[in-house]
Write a protein that binds this ligand. Structure first.
Ligand SMILES: Nc1ncnc2c1ncn2[C@@H]1O[C@H](COP(=O)(O)OP(=O)(O)OP(=O)(O)O)[C@@H](O)[C@H]1O
Ligand SMILES: [Mg+2]
Length: 323
């Protein structure tokens, strides 16, 4: 496996807080070529901010605190400034594809411009390549669609166009922030198939954020479970789903036997996650955790490999306790 991304100690801070407030982190992440890493967690757990921090696209009021980031270049992992990654090695797709499409440019020109920027080829060549890319992402009748304006496309086709723009950049990896949430079920499945095809056949690395547990079980090779800005459990998807260890993961997955009925959506857990300004001392999940004890209220648990499975890491003082 070729490692294409390695992030250590990533933190997102509120810029104007009197004391340090970090909605995310510290978080460590890595991704191999052709791999899909799923990030799962309740609303507000820091999934989107993590993806935005990787590309330094944080909204006003937030800054990247610490964090080193290495990406593969010429077969080696090299430290890289996040800003230089945007639209190059890494691309992002979100719930709202329209936001990534300039409404005043025809589809073919949008993609052609990116092709030209990256290859320096002629306009005529770039246009042909744009049509090829539209065909690659399954846009029907791409010659005609290349002359369309963004608003003339359906949501599903817009998402395909955004994915083709990532391919035009020759990105190694795609950060997907609930890319199918706004689409209807059939179109969702088509976009997921396309992403999977690019992952398996073109070796694209995916980081995939979703609330849909059934979907993440289907596509992710590895999973990170996030709670209150931290990764509380991570490991191969099969391990996490068959033998969840963290009480939070267990609560999230408790709905799985009913996954068909619940459509795989997260089922609410009693209580609410804390706001970043009110993260509790000790384990952040402590106040909602059925197993919390004194040590949990005092000391934050580190994310450590478990005794049973070295590739699974859990941040819980009670990992391994008999249940
Ligand atoms: N611009 C901002 N300024 C201050 N705090 C913010 C800002 N954006 C997000 N936050 C806080 O950071 C935390 C993480 O937000 P984030 O959007 O990453 O959550 P998420 O896991 O993507 O949630 P969802 O599933 O709802 O998309 C939240 O508690 C949120 O209140
Ligand atoms: Mg989000």
């Amino acid at each position: 496996m070729t490692r294409i991304l390695e992030i250590a100690d990533l933190r997102v801070d509120l810029s104007r807080a009197e004391r340090r407030v970090s909605p995310v982190g510290p978080v460590d992440l890595w991704l191999d070529a052709g791999e899909c890493l799923g990030i799962v967690g309740e609303s507000g757990s820091g999934k989107s901010l993590t993806l935005k921090a990787i590309l330094d696209l944080l909204p006003d009021g937030l800054t990247r605190g610490t964090g080193t980031q290495k990406i593969a270049q010429g077969g080696r992992l090299v430290p890289t400034d996040p800003r230089s990654l945007r639209g190059a090695k890494i691309s992002m797709i979100s719930q709202e594809p329209a936001a990534a499409l300039d409404p005043l440019m025809r589809i073919g020109d949008l993609i052609g411009e990116i092709v030209r920027h990256h290859s320096g080829c002629s306009w005529a060549e770039a246009r042909l390549r744009a049509v090829d890319l539209l065909r690659r992402v399954g846009v029907p009748d791409p010659e005609t669609r290349a002359r369309f304006w963004p608003h003339e496309l359906s949501g599903g086709l817009k998402q395909r166009v955004v994915i083709s723009m990532a391919l035009a950049c020759q990105s190694d990896m795609l950060l997907c922030d609930e890319p199918t949430t706004a689409l209807d079920v059939t179109i969702q499945a088509q976009i997921v198939d396309l992403l999977r095809d690019l992952q398996v056949n073109d070796g694209l690395g995916l980081i995939f954020v979703t609330h849909d547990l059934a979907l993440i079980r289907q596509i992710a090779d590895r999973i990170c479970i996030m709670y209150a800005g931290l990764i509380v459990e991570t490991g191969p998807s099969s391990e996490i789903f068959s033998n969840p260890q963290h009480p939070y993961t267990r609560a999230l997955l408790a709905a799985l036997p009913d996954i068909e009925q619940s459509e795989g959506r997260l089922v609410p857990i009693e209580g609410t996650p804390p706001a970043p300004t009110a993260f509790p001392q000790g384990c952040r999940f402590g106040p909602r955790c059925p197993r919390a004890s004194d040590v949990c209220r005092q000391t934050a648990p580190a994310l450590l490999a478990t005794e049973d499975a070295q590739d699974v890491k859990v941040a819980c003082h009670h990992t391994g306790d008999v249940t």
